[in-house]
Design a protein around this ligand. Structure first.
Ligand code: NAD
Length: 503
């Protein structure tokens, strides 16, 4: 299905804006960062980065070969001992300077994210705030890594428990939050004293390249952070993962790729952190404050154009309020404005590529064929750019693909339920367990939901939960490990127990 309604909202920007964007893009490094130097790929290959709002190539950057990937690991290994021995306070201060610099560069970083990923500028600014916060948070956590010391129960010796950096890490990030997904891994790894090779998503590598330059400017020693961008993702990643010098793999992305990488990581018995897909339930009980639930739904669904692992995927609404809820969200959705994220007033940008549009369209078509009511949207928007109309479906029927698969697009699907047990059964009926949202004014019910919903995170009367100070991560097939909070740095530390006899 196609629709031309949004064409006017996607008018081209003026020439002043074009000049600013060109200058910004020209200042972003276009090489691989290996051992503190920016260099081209060994074979000179490049990859094109596109603006999803119009499909234009905005920059060509180096595309690493397998040899480049291993050279980056060489550099991380060489820099490892000195970085691990660097006082934690000093490591933290470098992260803190990078945080300060990102505040100064806020508008540039936000614009860069909007250009390469498509989200509205206001959301990109929000991501600069959220993403840079990991640098500040872990700059503060670095000096707080502690051990234990005490007598053994027999009274014959003393036990010392100490924490040590795990060693060289490989960090793979997705395209949907170009800054935050990188800082959420890089900051704790560096704070813990690990050196890293980062492979950003080939769709949105520019923000990571700019971040790497910011960290170098903040005083990061050569080789501590290495960046390989590549269109040859599988082979380059596998060579690094299978190298016996690697100690840790941290991946954020889809569950199928995460599963494949876990198999590769098993060879070296690597420490792994996996931040994978989600299928978040958003449960609205009949006693909910409906205004707040609708506000929360808009944030949980349409932030990042629905392309968030934490995006609410299934809206489970008590039958007595389901129609009213659908009516109110539909009215709000019809006020959203689609267009290039740089344009004033735009709230829905393009999806990342054609595949994402095809997927959203296929899921909506399947749901409608199985009996769902299409309240608004349900159309792809004519190009240029990869747009899908913000959509609301109600009465989505059991068995519809949209209830099983991650939508990753601006489609809100409502399923009615009759009682609390049914809500819990439906909410947990997925192999994913990243986040859930619950709206109720009944405190006891809210507490029961904390116990009963099988997710690593929960928003109780709130539609966005992410915070650098909190442990982000999933249960079930949504992943392993936690990013952020007091927990985040421990993903990059290993424990040693030492026994020494009493003198
Ligand atoms: P993806 O799995 O396709 O790619 C993620 C990263 O892995 C990219 O850098 C990509 O280049 C790389 N990659 C792809 N195939 C690979 C392979 N064979 N070997 C090595 N690396 C490979 O995911 P995506 O489309 O970039 O991101 C969307 C997915 O990420 C969604 O499923 C979303 O839920 C998930 N996600 C999860 C979190 C979280 O914290 N749990 C956060 C953001 C996104």
């Amino acid at each position: 299905m196609t629709d031309e309604r949004a064409t006017d909202a996607r008018a081209t920007d003026d020439s002043e804006t074009d000049e600013r964007e060109s200058a910004l893009l020209a200042g972003v490094p276009d090489g691989l960062l290996i051992g503190g130097r920016w260099r081209p790929a060994a074979d000179g290959a490049t990859l094109a980065v596109r603006d999803p709002s119009n499909g234009d190539v905005v920059k060509e950057i180096a595309s690493a070969t397998v040899a480049d990937g291993l050279a980056a690991l060489d550099a991380a290994c060489a820099a490892g001992p000195a970085w691990a021995a660097t006082p934690a306070r000093e490591r933290g201060e470098i992260l803190r300077r990078a945080f300060d610099r990102l505040q100064e560069l806020r508008e540039d970083v936000a614009l860069l994210m909007t250009i390469e990923m498509g989200k509205p500028l206001a959301e990109s600014r929000g991501e600069v705030g959220y993403g840079s916060e990991f640098l500040r948070w872990f700059s503060e956590e670095a000096p707080r890594v502690q051990g234990r010391y005490g007598p053994n129960p027999e009274g014959t010796g003393r036990m010392i428990v100490s924490q040590h950096p795990v060693g060289p890490c490989f960090l793979i990030t997705p395209w949907n939050f170009p800054l935050a997904m990188a800082t959420r891994k890089i900051a704790p790894a560096l704070a813990a004293g690990c050196t890293v090779v980062v492979k950003p998503a080939s769709l949105t590598p520019l923000t990571t390249l700019l971040l790497a330059q910011v960290l170098l400017d903040a005083g990061l020693p050569d080789g501590v952070l290495n960046v390989v961008t590549t269109k040859d993702t599988g082979p380059v990643s596998e060579a690094i993962i299978r190298d016996p010098r690697l100690r840790k793999l941290s991946f954020t992305g889809s569950t199928p790729v995460g599963r494949a990488l876990l198999e590769q990581a098993a060879g070296g018995v690597l420490r792994t952190s996996m931040e994978l897909g989600g299928n978040a339930p958003f449960v609205v009980f009949d006693d909910a404050d409906l205004d707040r639930a609708v506000d929360g739904a808009m944030a949980a669904k349409f932030r990042n154009i629905g392309q968030a692992c934490t995006a609410a995927n299934r809206f489970l609404v008590h039958r007595s309020v389901a129609d009213e809820f659908a009516r109110r969200v539909t009215a709000r959705v019809e006020e959203l404005r689609t267009g290039r994220g740089t344009q004033e007033g735009v709230t829905i940008g393009p999806l990342i590529d054609d595949r994402a549009v095809d997927k959203a369209d296929a899921l909506v078509t399947d749901a409608v064929e199985r009996g769902a009511t299409l309240r608004t949207g349900g159309t792809r928007l004519e190009g240029p750019g990869t747009y899908y109309a913000a959509t609301v479906l109600s009465d989505v029927q059991a068995g519809s693909s949209i209830l099983r698969e991650e939508i990753f697009g601006p489609v809100l699907a409502i399923v009615p339920f009759d009682d609390e047990d049914e809500a819990v059964r439906l909410a947990n009926d997925t192999e994913y367990g990243l986040v859930s949202y619950v709206y109720t004014r009944d405190l006891a019910r809210g507490q029961r939901m904390i116990d009963r919903l099988e997710t690593g995170m929960m928003g109780l009367n709130v539609g966005v939960v992410s915070n650098a100070a909190a442990p982000f991560g999933g249960w079930k097939q949504s992943g392993l490990g936690r990013e952020g909070g007091a927990e985040g740095i421990h993903e990059y530390l290993q424990t040693k127990y030492t026994l020494t006899p009493d003198p």
